[in-house]
Ligand binder design. Structure first.
Ligand code: FEO
Length: 405
């Protein structure tokens, strides 16, 4: 693999990680890529580095285009380890390169690197850097998704290098969305976008809306979006922006995700009448057992569905550990625009269902009361209660969903 030209004299010089399956706890069944970009101009400029393990690959890609010692500028859009842990190796090749970074980014990298030996320049929104035929414009995007984050817009190429935003954890042999669609499908790409958003960007919906609006108001033409992971948006760059806006505005499927765990199958048995009640109301339904499902996949199913029923046994007067883990993860993602409910079983003392409703209240989610909690094994009457609750829950989900049409 050598660098891939994405615009005249602008190259993708990143690395494909076909093997990664655990990305700091986020399951990545399709691998990922670490994208960085080389602009060959009067001032040769590298935008972002890559994860440390892949620096050799990226340096080889850079070397296929230019002598790395000639790199004049190094722009750091985002300081998370998958993009900046290779910084020393790159800077060893071009020690006189000028680094451009946000102030918050500088504050992070000074904890990891000796900045006294490098020329570090702080930039903010609107600052420009003339390279020759190309001009870079920096756009800070704090908390999208880290405090340091920014994007780099290449004016004369109408190219937005967007760091993590608009990315996907998707290792592919091609670099562009439109090439991928010819060999895979729209839905596979969209699934990857939704999965990425659900697990990384869910807490930042309001920021995403305001930042996309701000970019649109800048009036800058964008005909390509080059993120730090996955495919480059060349075919329809507006499509991924619209997907982000839709998700930030609460878009979800009219569906219910039943996410549960079970000890001796009583909680599991309760899912059967719940499913029946939900589908009898004409709402789609999916059942996810937590210990059989990676956490990030469960989060994605939660996010895609307008409603979620969480089921848990009570163990030693507490919620079941895998359910507690899911709820902790979910709480950190600050979900909005979803309807929730709970159900479960217990032996000698309940409490998990009450705890779940408490969590929903703390998260300010729309909770449908009346979730069933049964002792030992659901009786036929309790199975009927589950069915009725499933119907009532699906009805509420449908009503709530109407406002998002
Ligand atoms: Fe791809 Fe926030 O790092």
């Amino acid at each position: 693999m050598t660098g891939v030209e994405i615009k005249p004299d602008i190259y993708w010089v990143g690395a494909i990680d076909w093997a990664v399956r655990d990305f700091h706890g986020y399951v990545t069944p399709k691998g990922t890529t670490y994208n960085n970009y080389l602009i060959v101009d009067d001032q040769i400029t590298l935008v972002d580095t890559v994860k440390y393990d892949f620096t050799e690959v990226s340096i080889k890609n850079v070397t296929s285009k230019v002598d790395p010692a000639k790199i004049h500028n190094l722009v750091i859009n985002h300081v998370e380890n998958d993009h900046v842990s290779g910084l020393c190796d790159f800077m060893a090749l071009c020690p006189d390169a000028h680094i451009y970074i946000t102030e918050r980014g500088r504050q992070v990298i000074e904890r990891f690197f000796d900045l006294s030996i490098w020329d570090v320049n702080v930039v903010k929104t609107g600052d420009k850097l003339k390279l020759g035929k190309y001009t870079l414009q920096f756009i800070e995007t704090p908390m999208l998704h880290w405090p340091d984050s920014m994007m780099t817009y290449v004016e004369e190429a109408s190219l937005l290098i967007s760091q993590d935003a608009f990315g996907q954890h998707l290792a592919t042999s091609v670099r562009f969305d439109d090439d991928f669609i010819t060999c895979a499908s729209h839905s596979a790409l969209e699934e990857s976008v939704i999965d990425y958003y659900a697990n990384i960007l869910m807490p930042f919906g309001q920021l995403i809306k305001s930042k996309i609006k701000a970019i649109q108001e800048m009036g800058i033409p964008i005909d390509m979006i080059a993120p730090d992971h996955g495919l480059i948006w060349r075919g329809e760059p507006g499509r991924v922006m619209q997907m982000y806006l839709d998700m930030a505005n609460g878009k979800a499927d009219l569906a219910v995700a039943i996410i549960y765990d079970t000890m001796w199958k009583s909680t599991q048995v309760m899912t059967e009448p719940l499913v029946q009640g939900i589908i009898d109301e004409g709402v789609d339904c999916k059942v996810i057992k937590l210990r059989e499902t990676p956490m990030s996949a469960a989060i994605t199913d939660f996010w895609k569905s307008r409603g979620c029923l969480v089921g848990s046994p009570t163990l030693n007067n507490e919620v079941f550990p895998s359910v507690a883990q899911f709820m902790t993860h979910l709480r950190g993602l600050r979900p909005k625009d979803r309807v929730v409910g709970a159900f479960g079983s217990y032996g000698w003392g309940g409490g998990a269902v009450k705890w779940l409703y408490g969590q929903f209240g703390d998260m300010k989610l729309e909770a449908v009361e009346g979730g069933v909690e049964v002792k030992y094994k659901p009786s036929p009457e309790e199975m009927q209660q589950c069915y009725e609750y499933g119907r009532a829950f699906a009805k509420k989900v449908r009503e709530y969903h109407e406002q998002y049409k």
